[in-house]
Design a binder for this molecule. Structure first.
Ligand code: ADP
Ligand code: GN1
Ligand code: MG
Length: 353
């Protein structure tokens, strides 16, 4: 830690640090100065997942420069460079990045008021709106195929061939469910092949704890967790909001009876998002707004189930059936969402027309 801090020009004796946040992938610390009010967020990038950390740095760096020039009033968490002007500090083959801590902010792990869903939707809508005209040339995916549902389905099929045979037998019902919804992959592929469906700079991880709220006003301040900020489609951002804001229970819950879509939260997040994006959304995007939710919930369930079958090589687990329970949770959420399709489409129409 001492060495890392020095690379960023910070005096190690002046700082205390502690683990921060509850993400699955990276390791996050907050750094607090003992002599003044300086605070930072230091993050070790998981290089098993992000195989080329420089891509993250470039995506965030380009976005930061673009926003500073075109939307200087917008609060964007920039990267602090090392003393040798690098975006990342490399120590023993591990990659670290530093950003300012946004003061007077807090984040939440579940949404307990529609107003928070509205604020979060607005925050992600504003990011996409401000990046609408940003050139994407030369930018790459920090995780290739990250939200490529066809590829995720292929990985699921491969797990059925090469994965843990006992587990495959045990989860036959969940496997059948994933297979029964295979048509969602076709809808996704139609979107990808549709030239009228734009590629935009997309956050790709719009979970509620990636929004920072103002401690004083409870309004959104900005979004954080920018590792997957990269070119993509709006169904990723809208879908992950539907996945994580509409249900009272998180993806960790095994209280399966309580897994239900709360339509007022769906409306709140859509209203917030569309308050920013309504005038920029294309007809092709408009047509597929409901699909965003099924797309992301299906993909997440499929990823958890694939990981269970592959003996839990990706997501950290706390007990043996953890990934299986997460997959069940997402299956139930998807079933409930699909059963409310017509009601939710009415809400979308009301907000977009
Ligand atoms: P991960 O989810 O991969 O652990 P995040 O970047 O989301 O990493 O950070 C974890 C938590 O730390 C966030 O949910 C948020 O509460 C807080 N956080 C992250 N960046 C900042 C920041 N720059 N200022 C204040 N809080 C932050
Ligand atoms: C991971 O790092 P974290 O917890 O924000 C995952 C997301 C999943 C999420 C599910 C790089 O995000 O895609 O939606 O877990 N990120 C990566 O909780 O795989
Ligand atoms: Mg996060």
């Amino acid at each position: 830690m001492e060495h890392i801090l020095k690379l960023f020009g910070l005096e190690p004796d002046n700082y205390t640090y502690k683990p921060f946040g509850s993400g699955h992938i990276n390791t996050t610390f907050s750094l607090d100065s003992i002599s003044d009010s300086k605070q930072f967020v230091l993050q070790k990038i998981n290089i098993n997942v992000f195989k080329e950390p420089q891509i993250i740095a470039k995506n965030i760096g380009n976005t930061s420069d673009y926003l500073a020039k075109n939307h200087p009033e917008y609060l964007f968490i920039h990267q602090i460079k090392t003393t040798s002007e690098e975006d990342l500090a490399v120590v023993d083959g591990e990659y670290w990045r530093l950003s300012p801590f946004i003061s007077n902010s807090y984040s939440i792990n579940s949404v307990s008021e529609p107003q928070m869903a509205y604020e979060a939707g607005k925050a992600f809508g504003l990011l996409t709106k401000n990046l609408h005209f940003m050139p994407l040339d030369g930018l790459q995916a920090s995780i290739p195929g990250f939200h490529d549902l066809a590829w995720r389905y292929q990985q699921f099929e491969e797990s059925l061939l090469n994965g843990n045979q006992n587990r495959i037998q045990e989860v036959a019902e969940e496997i059948e469910f994933i297979k029964s919804q295979r048509h969602l992959v076709d809808v996704y592929q139609n979107i990808i092949q549709n030239h009228d469906y734009p590629t935009r700079m997309i956050h790709h991880d719009t979970k509620i704890n990636n929004v920072l709220f103002d401690k004083t006003t409870n309004k959104n301040l900005c979004v954080c967790d920018l590792d997957t900020l990269m070119p993509g489609k709006i169904i990723s951002d809208i879908g992950d909001m539907v996945r994580t804001y509409t249900c009272k229970e998180s993806e960790e819950s095994t209280d399966f009876d309580k897994i239900k879509v709360r339509t007022e939260y769906f409306e709140a997040l859509m209203t917030g998002y569309l308050s920013q994006m309504k005038s920029l959304i294309t007809p092709a995007e408009k047509e597929n707004l409901f699909f965003a939710g099924p797309f992301m919930i299906y993909m997440q369930g499929l990823r958890f189930l694939t990981d269970y079958i592959n003996n839990d090589i990706y997501y950290p687990i706390k007990y043996p059936e953890h990934n299986l329970n997460r997959a069940k949770n997402q299956r139930i959420l998807l079933e409930d969402l699909l059963s409310k399709e017509s009601e939710l489409n009415t809400i979308i129409k009301k907000n977009i027309d």
